[in-house]
Design a binder for this molecule. Structure first.
Ligand code: DHB
Ligand code: FE
Length: 285
């Protein structure tokens, strides 16, 4: 990786992620949680905090350090990054209990709506000098009964070969390595892109300080983000990983699943190819 003055900062990535989160209509939806449920959930959370204080005999200096740190996460705009790395996987696993079809994974902070629509066989938008091993992901979208879903949308976004996302890292052009691929009449797609690198949580802010203070590492394994949508079907949000890749067994965001690991093979021309089919659950009614 080339470390230059263009490297994104935690504050920059956080500010962009905060802005994107606030702009997404769905996140403005009121959760509509009745007071008894709010009280029950918040009581459990506070009990967890109180329990940790008792268990570890937390001191006043530690309590004040925690307060200062929480303030810094807010001031640095890092809450979307923190929540998606450390909390979202538990929500996803809970919701997944009531779903069939392809396994899901976390959305993460770097989804952007309304990206370029591409035909079923396509190349993702990329820079003329985009680095990275060519990668082709092909497959079919079907319902859980096996019927192909023509005209479904395979919305894909991923980091570049340095681990940076367009729309969030200032040196990467907008729309780079993002697109909404529309499946053909057999529900098929073939997406040409490049192999992403592992992603490192921006480590120059309070989240990075916490990771260092705890002796953890800030890495996610290389991954493709994918959201598959088809009319009359429950959309799936997932990620695909790469067999043998670094951090596959120690994802800081705990968002890997064995069913979501690709094993691309070189086709003899230096391009790595992998097949993955998606299955969507029909919406009742
Ligand atoms: C974060 C970044 C990701 O690319 C991802 O997939 C999940 C979380 C983050 O920085 O919070
Ligand atoms: Fe990601």
């Amino acid at each position: 990786m080339t470390a230059t003055q263009e490297s994104p900062t935690a504050a920059g990535s956080g500010a962009n992620a905060s802005q994107s989160f606030k702009a997404a209509a769905s996140t403005r939806d009121v959760a509509d949680t009745p007071p008894e449920r709010v009280a029950a959930i918040v009581t459990s959370i506070l009990q967890g905090v109180h329990g940790a204080i008792a268990e570890h005999d937390v001191t006043y200096p530690e309590f004040q350090a925690a307060k200062a740190w929480l303030m810094e996460v807010g001031e640095g705009g890092e809450w979307p990054l923190f929540m998606d790395v450390f909390v979202e996987h538990a929500v996803e696993e809970q919701v997944a209990k009531a779903q069939t079809g392809t396994k899901g994974s976390i959305l993460g902070p770097y989804f952007l709506p309304d990206q370029t629509r591409l035909s079923s066989t396509c190349s993702l938008p990329r820079r003329d000098d985009e680095q990275g091993t060519p990668l082709v992901l092909e497959g079919q979208v079907r319902d859980t009964g096996g019927t192909p879903l023509a005209g479904s949308e395979v919305d894909i976004w991923h980091a570049d070969s340095d681990g940076y996302y367009s729309g969030f890292a200032p040196h990467v052009p907008d729309g780079n390595l993002r697109g909404v691929v529309v499946t053909d009449e057999e529900g098929r797609f073939a997406i040409h892109t490049i192999q992403p690198a592992p992603y490192q949580i921006p480590h120059d802010g309070p989240t990075g300080q916490l990771i260092e203070a705890a002796g953890w590492h800030p890495w996610r394994p290389a991954h493709l983000h994918i959201q598959v949508r088809a009319e009359g079907h429950r959309p799936i949000t997932t990620q695909l990983y790469f067999a043998g890749g670094d951090y596959l067994d120690s994802d800081v965001a705990e968002a890997t699943k064995p069913e979501l690991v690709l094993d691309p093979q070189d086709d003899g021309t230096g391009t790595r190819r992998s097949t993955y089919d998606f299955e969507l659950e029909p919406v009742q009614g």
